[in-house]
Design a protein around this ligand. Structure first.
Ligand SMILES: NC(=O)c1ccc[n+]([C@@H]2O[C@H](COP(=O)([O-])OP(=O)(O)OC[C@H]3O[C@@H](n4cnc5c(N)ncnc54)[C@H](O)[C@@H]3O)[C@@H](O)[C@H]2O)c1
Length: 314
């Protein structure tokens, strides 16, 4: 049994990860400060079943404003998922939240881990560091060229991780998540917005022509890859955790129509600054080194998310 620190535990991916760790027999110390990027009530709901677990402890703490020594001491694995997500909101005044909750928070976690080194630290990075990648699917060693301020902060975090591995021997593994979906997906993310609009018979706003593609990843696969990175990831290594297939937004809408059994109304709007045109993960490194094998399909994963949203709104 490992004792694990999960930062961002009240969030979408963090709460799923903590539940899986508990199910596998580990103990989890979860940290979150409930940033106001979306409603605290939604994050509290993500924690409901975890709070019933004897092997789960929760600490409401802001990573930037807390002495983290007590939290990192005696943990085997640190999963650092806390951060400010979302590419479109990362311009303008809100950039402050991105530098604070991505860059500064990561530095605080790494400094604390330097004092009390765990067996492994897994840092949650993003496909956004690739920007408009020159090759698809994109290999981990492709030149990073983020097209959003969010991507810039995540790339800077990756550099910090590399520095702490190189200078202080910290066993940090970076995983790059690719557009994660499934139950509890954040309210700002596309699938949640599409499903809610369709259920309420509202028009779905699409940024761009809908032919942009994403390597959508079902959350259980993201969680599985993240745990594999803790067990088998090489310190200093970076792994793409993509769902394994690239799908256009228009195809997602057609799948949604099939699931709901009705047509959806769509309004196409100008593409947004910060959105990459396409993302696709070359996952061969994670397959070979970690045994990562994503299983989620769009049909089943999207259905699970529709079911979850329907239950929430009843
Ligand atoms: N969801 C995706 O598709 C995706 C894709 C690529 C990368 N990521 C990364 O994965 C991680 C998790 O994403 P998510 O979708 O679950 O986001 P989320 O917003 O649901 O969860 C992040 C959590 O971190 C917490 N947090 C932020 N700053 C904090 C701080 N200073 N101290 C303590 N807690 C803090 C927030 O309150 C939130 O609950 C993020 O780092 C994100 O950048 C997510």
């Amino acid at each position: 049994m490992a004792t694990c620190l999960v930062t961002g535990v009240a969030g979408f991916v963090g709460s799923h990860l903590a539940e899986r760790l508990i199910a596998d027999g580990h103990a989890v110390i979860g940290v979150d400060c409930f940033t106001d990027y979306y409603a605290r009530a939604l994050k509290e709901r993500n924690l409901v079943s975890l709070r019933r677990e004897a092997r789960f402890q929760f600490s409401e703490a802001d990573l930037v404003a807390t002495d983290l020594a007590g939290l990192v001491r005696d943990v085997n694995w640190i999963f650092h998922l806390a951060g400010q997500a979302g590419v479109r909101a990362s311009w303008g005044k809100s950039f402050d939240a991105y530098t604070r909750n991505n860059l500064l928070a990561t530095q605080m976690v790494l400094e604390a881990a330097k004092q009390h080194p765990p067996e492994k630290i897994v840092f949650a990075s993003s496909s956004s560091i690739y920007g408009d990648a020159e090759t698809l699917p994109t290999f981990e060693d492709a030149p990073p060229q983020p097209v959003s301020p969010y991507g810039v902060t995540k790339l800077a975090c990756e550099h910090l991780c590399r520095l702490y591995t190189r200078n202080y021997n910290l066993p940090i593994v970076t995983v790059r998540f690719f557009t994660v979906y499934g139950p509890r997906q954040r309210p700002d993310m596309a699938f949640t917005r599409f499903i809610r609009a369709a259920l309420e018979n509202r028009e779905i706003a699409i940024f761009g022509d809908g032919e942009q593609t994403r390597d959508f990843t079902f959350v259980a696969d993201t969680v599985d890859g993240t745990m594999r990175a803790a067990r088998a990831g090489a310190p200093g290594a970076i792994y793409n955790l993509g769902g394994g297939s690239r799908v256009s937004v228009n195809l997602v809408l057609r799948e949604l129509e099939t699931i709901l059994g009705k047509p959806v109304r769509v309004r196409y709007q100008a593409a947004q600054a910060g959105d990459a045109r396409d993302t696709a993960a070359d996952i061969r490194r994670a397959q070979t080194a970690l045994g990562f094998a994503p299983r989620g399909t769009l049909a089943t994963g999207l259905r699970a998310q529709v079911k979850w949203i329907t239950e929430q709104t009843q």
